[in-house]
Design a protein around this ligand. Structure first.
Ligand code: F6R
Length: 242
């Protein structure tokens, strides 16, 4: 595990963007696994800036998002697809055909959506760099704490803690979808390289429980300790209990 502790959110975003940009620069074609949420917003802004400054080219970049709310279409303002368009896709030269999000809406069969998503990841040669955030309960993607964790892309019931945490993006908590499609921990662990980002005091406990002790399905991010090419990128506040 490679650990970087930086001073603040701005440094975190720049460092994360450096790691992603290096990956894009090094390979003729790169497959990125991407996360949404508050944490990577600054990193995406940095990547867009570098594209505008002609320092980064997304022409040969393929992306797979970690997760998506079930039942929200890609044009729903709270969907993760919409978030990705606003934060990255609409501002860089990525090809629309190279963008993959596990959208499941209009009564699509979730089993079919999940199976197709895993096949597409395989067909693309697997993920070179997976970017992750972490939930206050230690979730990664929407792999919530539990006795068992699923390996492949699957439909998940969100736990109350996650619904509450995510309600800040919706008008009311009742509007937060109760289910999501998420890559499984197996899909995540198969990535060549993984970078988990976290900032702020409210993530300190999750960071301590995930990386300061034992590996347990009760803290899904702790499994990342087993990955051979894992980068933990956190600010001082998130590292405060570590
Ligand atoms: C989002 C995702 C989630 C978030 C996590 C942290 O695609 O997979 O696991 O990374 O909930 O969210 P923020 O960054 O909003 O604190």
């Amino acid at each position: 595990m490679e650990i970087h502790i930086v001073n603040n959110y701005q440094e975190l975003s720049k460092k994360a963007a450096n790691i992603v940009a290096e990956e894009i620069d090094q390979k003729s074609r790169v497959v990125l696994g991407l996360a949404t949420g508050s944490t990577p917003e600054g990193m995406y802004a940095q990547l867009v800036k570098r594209y505008r400054d002609n320092k980064l080219d997304f022409d040969q970049v393929v992306t797979f998002n970690l997760d998506e709310y079930a039942g929200l279409s890609p044009d729903h303002p709270q969907s993760y697809y919409y978030y990705m368009r606003c934060n990255l896709f609409d501002h860089v030269n990525i090809k629309p055909d190279n963008i993959f999000v596990p959208s499941c809406f209009n009564n699509k069969d979730a089993g079919v959506v999940c199976g197709e998503y895993d096949r597409k990841i395989d067909q693309s040669g697997g993920i070179d760099l997976q970017v992750l955030g972490i939930g206050v309960n230690g979730h990664i993607g929407f792999n919530e704490p539990g006795q068992h964790l699923q390996t492949q892309t699957h439909l998940v019931d969100l736990v109350e803690e996650t619904i509450e945490a995510n309600s800040r993006f919706f008008d009311s908590i009742d509007q937060v979808p109760r289910q999501a499609v998420t890559m499984g921990v197996g899909s995540i662990m198969h990535s060549e390289k993984i970078m988990l980002m976290a900032n702020g005091k409210n993530k300190a406990r999750a960071i301590q429980e995930s990386f300061g002790g034992l590996v347990s399905t009760r803290v899904p991010a702790s499994l990342l300790q087993l990955h051979r090419n894992f980068i933990l990128l956190i600010d001082k506040e998130a590292a405060s209990l570590f």
